[in-house]
Design a protein. Structure first.
Length: 259
């Protein structure tokens, strides 16, 4: 894609977002509307990932999740238009991701015919890795590493992987891998509050409570207003950091006395 076409594509995606949001507000059928619009512009996997993940989040918040409107058969069976099929797949899998339904995601991939699995885009494969990592499966690391080779530091892909590393508490080296992802260019300016939230959790897991507290306070300061549920998650993480720090301080004299 040449630089002269980038503004036009951005404008087209903005129009698709607006149309999808209007369809979402009007009732059922919005996934088909969105998938059709992405098909009309022959959207790339990156464009599909950007739009589908954002609209799927809005749909979940309004009680109209893609899981209520898209059938599993639309995900597992090959169809004529690969762009529309990919959009339906993104919407359905992201809906499962937002509900933390990792076994269901893995089961869908296992039902896909080999010809569909062989043509999976990078974002879909990231969601597959998400399902494995979310079950604390170390084979998810191998898939994650393959995805990272092809992802080109795409922010939506990195966010998917960060999200599941954050939840995969029994994964060895989880915190170090999270911090490695957070050092990549999309997060380098440290202005993404959700990325900072993940960073604070990783630092807490490594016992670096002072830095974790600084990071979560910055994340709270950067949060946009109007989302009390997300704010509550951030405050909960801050409480976990301070509690872990207090516990560590109390444990030090006990360890010294035991020597």
């Amino acid at each position: 894609m040449t630089t002269t076409t980038i503004p036009a594509r951005s404008a087209a995606l903005d129009r698709i977002r607006a149309a999808a949001a209007a369809s979402l507000a009007s009732g059922a059928g919005w996934p088909d509307v969105l998938a059709g619009l992405l098909g009309d512009i022959d959207a790339t996997w990156q464009e599909s990932a950007e739009v589908c993940s954002d609209i799927a989040w809005q749909a979940r918040a309004t009680g109209t999740s893609a899981l209520l409107a898209v059938r599993a058969e639309q995900i597992t069976d090959p169809v004529a238009d690969p762009v529309i099929a990919r959009a339906h797949r993104h919407l359905y899998l992201v809906g499962l991701r937002y509900d933390f339904r990792c076994p269901s995601i893995e089961a869908l991939f296992e039902l896909m015919p080999p010809e569909v699995v062989g043509r999976l885009d990078v974002y879909s494969r990231a969601l597959w890795a998400f399902a494995l990592l979310g079950q604390s499966r170390t084979d998810g690391f191998e898939m994650m590493d393959r995805v990272l080779v092809d992802a080109g530091d795409h922010p939506k892909v990195l966010q998917v992987l960060l999200h599941r590393l954050w939840l995969g508490h029994r994964l060895p080296g989880r915190e170090e891998r999270m911090l490695g992802l957070l050092d990549r260019p999309p997060f380098a300016d440290r202005t993404d509050p959700v990325a900072l939230f993940r960073e604070a959790a990783a630092l807490r897991g490594l016992g670096n409570y002072r830095k974790a507290l600084d990071v979560i306070d910055r994340a709270l300061d950067l949060l946009p207003p109007g989302d009390p549920a997300v704010h509550a998650d951030f405050v909960r993480e801050r409480s976990l950091i301070t509690a872990a720090d207090d516990w560590a301080r109390l444990a030090r004299p006990c360890r010294a006395e035991a020597r």
